[in-house]
Each structure stands twice: as structure tokens, then as C-alpha cells.
Write a protein that binds this ligand. Structure first.
Ligand SMILES: *Cc1c(COP(=O)(O)O)cnc(C)c1O
Length: 473
């Protein structure tokens, strides 16, 4: 971070800075020499928490401890001054940084950066919505003294209902920052036609919730960069086990860790992962060099959307088995989708894994089970498409609700990404607030059921669906 001009470095502060620089150099080398050579599962299990860390600092605790402390005490004023000037890493105050959230952040930075030859960093947030807000706000600042500086951004209309509201209501209606929706995100010309000199970033969700929208990440990233703009991607549905957008040129990835990343349903959490040295026309070197650290130390310090350390460790613990869970749940979802496709009482089954889905080929270019080629079960790359799908019940909204009400094992909830199968009707829940026009824009008919298949045996999920369909008369 750029040093503020009125910080005077005393010899005592310099000793702390030197000591910490030596520590950071050792950590950097450990990441380069050891962690970057580990497979995905090993990183998911261990992250940056080592036996040495545990023994030296945490009484040998094999699980990362939950630091339920608001703040850190310092040895003396020199250490405090260096810490509060951000000249050394610090846990100064839990709204800014905390050792438990630190381990959560590093695991996510490393997983999203798996296979990427640059550096990534992560800033934890209290929720997925907070992740989106904190990822986009820094690009919307005024860059001139023009009071009515026009600003806009371009985003995929097929997105999570909360995102639609944040962009359409909070940013556009309430703050006058124009949101330009891309209706068909697989059409690169539509993206291009929406960009002008006042555009600040491109934003895309993929695969989208619930509509299974998908776009060519590399093409859109190249388009963004040709205008000196960053590409921000919501990768909640895919998780880094299936897709790592930064490897394909995206600058920032946002996650609702509430969902598939954790799948336990133990709480709400989010994350912003950015590659270092991102592309933007906003003149701010700290933001460009290390976006995650920048938002952590400055805007998020001032806005306060921080993650609780207890939740950080709960979420971290759930991510350790991400790859195998995604494999299992993706395979089961495929089975359920194929079954539904054969059922005459159902129309429009949307799942990217289905061969006749219009975006199947494009999604297959990007969605791969990480490390399948190193898994003796597969020994070669295999496509996996996640556990979110949707379908429409024939006969309209009433029939869809009838079917929905008869489900026994599948939970009725406005939730997704669970280890337990969960279904919702987006039109009366997640996508209710955006109204009919908004739903049309996002391709969400009222008889659409969103289903997220969990880790049960797929036969039992199918049995539940069948008995519910049998009762729709
Ligand atoms: C749920 C969700 C969000 C919002 O995350 P929260 O943790 O609920 O705040 C954002 N994007 C997608 C794709 C989601 O499914």
C-alpha cells in the first residue's frame, strides 16, 4: 500500500518492518515453492495453515483457531505505529483483519488461483451481497470534479435476484449509476455495444442462477481489457472446483460462500478474490496492484462489511472437501436432469450438462472437474457442470406450485448449494422483487422450479420428484 505522506518511520518502527518483511519473504517463498505445487485437494484441506504455525503460535491446534477477539495488543508504540500505518501485516481490529479470516482468505485466494501463473489475493466479506458491493464500488468513484460525472457498468441480466436489485435499485435508481443489462451474455457483440467511455467495469454471473446463462470468459475479458476495464465474475455456482475465471482472464471473482462453496448451510459468508495487477481506468495504484488488500484496508475498513471469525472457520472447514462434493453432486444432477428430460410432464429442463442445451458446448470449454487427470478414478480431464438446474412444470404456475407442495424429501427453501437437495420457485421467491419485466429479462417464467441436487443418492431424489409429479393432476 502507498504510504501516507505524514507517516514518519522511527528506527524502532523500521525494526518491526524489517522483521515483517523477512516473514513476508519467507511466506512468499513457501507459497511459490510448496503450496503452488500442491494439488487442489491439499490446498483445500491445509490452505496456508502449517504444522509450524500451529506449534509456534497456536499451541499445536490442528484446526485453525477461531480468534474471537476484537483487536490485537502491541509490544510498544513503534509496533502499533507501523501496524496502523499498514507498514506491517496486522490484526489491529477485527473489522479490518483477523487471524481466522486470514486463513479463510488464503485458502480461497489459492483455490481460485489454482493453475494461474500470477498472484491472487482475497478479502472476506460478511455475505455474497457484500462481496458484490465491495467488488464494484471502488470502480464507481468520481474520477473528476465534475459533479454529474456520468458512470455506467455492463452486467449480465441473468443473475441472482439480489444482484439484480443491488444494481437496478441501489446503484441505478437510487444513485444514478447506469446499469446496462446484457440480455444474451453469450453474444459478444451485445457486450461490446453497451460499452462507452463512461463504462467502469463488466460484470457477469456464470453459470447464472437459476437460468444457466453462460458466456465465453476469455472473449469478454479480452473485450473488457481492450477498453481498460476489469471483468468481475460471480462464480458462486461453479466454485473453483469446476471453474477458475481468473485463469481465463477475469480480474475479480466474487463468491457467496454461503452456497456451494460450503454447502453445510451453517451461515452466510462471502469473498472477493482478485488477481494482482488488474486492469482498470480508475487512477489508483493501490487498487490496481492488490485490489483485495486495498478494499480490506481502506473501503471495507470504512464501510464495515467484515466476516465474523467464527463464520470464517466454519466456512473454511466446509471447503476442505469441495472437489469431491462437486464431483458427486454434479454427477447426481446430471442423472436427475436426464431423467426429467424424459418426463412428458416437464418442459424446458435447463442444465448445462445436457448435450442439447444451447450453451452446452461453450460451458464444456470451461467447466472441468479440477485435477480429474490426477484422479485414478478418471485419469483424464472430465467436464462437470455443478448441481444447480431448473425446469418448468407443464401446465403453468399452478401446476408448478402443486408439484412443489408435494415434494417430501427435497426441501422447499430459497436456498441453493446445500448438501441436501433444495428446490424453490424463483418467480415467487428469489426473483419476486424484480417484477415481471425483470424476470422476463432474466428468462424466468412463473412455472420454473429451481432445483439444487444435494449429496443424497440420486435415485431417492428422482423418486421424490416422480411421486410429486404423479400428484399433479
Ligand atoms: C446467494 C447468491 C448471492 C448472494 O450471496 P449471499 O451470501 O446470500 O449474500 C450472490 N450470487 C449468487 C449467484 C448467489 O446464488
Amino acid at each position: 500500500m502507498a504510504r501516507s505522506p505524514d507517516v514518519v518511520i522511527t528506527p524502532g518502527m523500521q525494526r518491526y518492518i524489517d522483521r515483517n518483511n523477512a516473514y513476508l519473504a519467507r511466506r512468499g517463498q513457501y507459497i511459490r515453492d510448496v503450496v503452488k505445487k500442491m494439488r487442489f485437494d491439499t490446498i483445500a484441506v491445509h490452505g496456508l495453515y502449517t504444522v509450524e504455525d500451529a506449534i509456534e503460535d497456536y499451541q499445536g491446534a490442528i484446526i485453525e483457531p477461531v480468534f474471537m477477539s476484537t483487536s490485537q495488543a502491541y509490544r510498544d508504540s513503534d509496533e502499533m505505529a507501523a501496524a496502523l500505518a499498514y507498514l506491517i501485516p496486522t490484526w489491529c481490529y477485527s473489522r479490518i483483519a483477523n487471524p481466522s479470516t486470514y486463513y479463510y482468505e488464503w485458502t480461497l485466494a489459492l483455490l481460485e488461483g489454482y493453475g494461474f501463473d500470477g498472484e491472487t489475493a482475497c478479502c472476506s466479506t460478511s455475505s455474497g451481497m457484500a462481496a458484490i458491493m465491495t467488488a464494484v464500488q471502488p470502480f464507481l468513484v468520481h474520477t473528476s470534479h465534475h459533479v454529474h460525472e456520468p458512470r455506467n457498468f455492463v452486467a449480465t441480466a441473468q443473475c441472482y435476484g439480489g444482484t439484480f436489485q443491488q444494481f437496478n435499485v441501489r446503484l441505478a435508481e437510487e444513485r444514478g449509476i447506469e446499469c446496462r443489462w446484457v440480455e444474451d451474455s453469450s453474444n459478444i457483440d451485445e457486450w461490446a455495444s453497451k460499452i462507452d467511455k463512461n463504462t467502469r467495469f463488466l460484470y457477469g454471473e456464470l453459470p447464472s442462477n437459476p437460468g444457466q446463462g453462460f458466456f465465453d470468459i476469455k472473449l469478454v475479458a479480452d473485450l473488457a481489457h481492450s477498453h481498460s476495464l476489469p471483468l468481475i465474475v460471480d462464480s458462486t455456482v461453479a466454485t473453483p472446483a469446476l471453474l477458475r475465471p481468473i485463469c481465463h482472464g477475469a480480474d475479480i471473482v466474487v463468491h457467496s460462500a454461503t452456497k456451494t462453496l460450503t454447502s453445510s448451510g451453517f451461515g452466510v459468508a462471502g469473498a472477493v478474490i482478485a488477481r494482482k495487477g488488474l486492469v482498470t481506468s480508475v487512477p489508483n495504484d493501490d487498487l490496481k496492484n492488490d485490489f483485495s488488500l486495498y478494499i480490506k484496508y481502506l473501503p471495507n475498513r470504512d464501510f464495515g462489511p467484515n466476516l465474523h471469525p467464527m463464520q470464517a472457520i466454519l466456512s473454511l472447514n466446509d471447503m476442505r472437501t469441495l472437489r469431491s462434493k462437486m464431483d458427486l453432486m454434479s454427477r447426481s444432477t446430471m442423472k436427475v436432469a436426464e431423467h426429467l428430460q424424459r418426463d412428458k410432464r416437464v418442459e424446458r429442463v435447463e442444465y448445462l450438462g445436457l448435450k442439447d442445451h444451447p450453451l452446452h458446448e461453450l460451458a464444456s470449454k470451461y467447466m472441468w472437474l479440477v485435477d480429474a487427470e490426477h484422479d485414478e478414478q478418471y485419469d483424464k480431464p472430465v467436464n462437470r457442470y455443478g448441481h444447480l438446474m431448473s425446469f418448468c412444470v407443464k401446465g403453468g404456475p399452478e401446476k408448478a406450485r402443486l408439484f412443489f407442495d408435494k415434494l417430501q424429501r427435497i426441501w422447499r427453501a430459497t436456498d441453493l448449494g446445500r448438501i441436501k437437495s433444495v428446490a424453490t420457485i424463483p418467480g415467487i421467491s428469489t426473483h419476486l422483487q424484480q417484477g415481471e419485466e425483470g424476470r422476463k429479462l432474466a428468462h424466468i417464467p412463473m412455472n420454473m422450479v429451481r432445483l439444487c441436487v444435494g449429496a443424497e443418492h440420486p435415485d431417492d431424489v428422482i423418486r421424490d420428484i416422480d411421486q410429486a409429479l404423479d400428484q399433479v393432476k
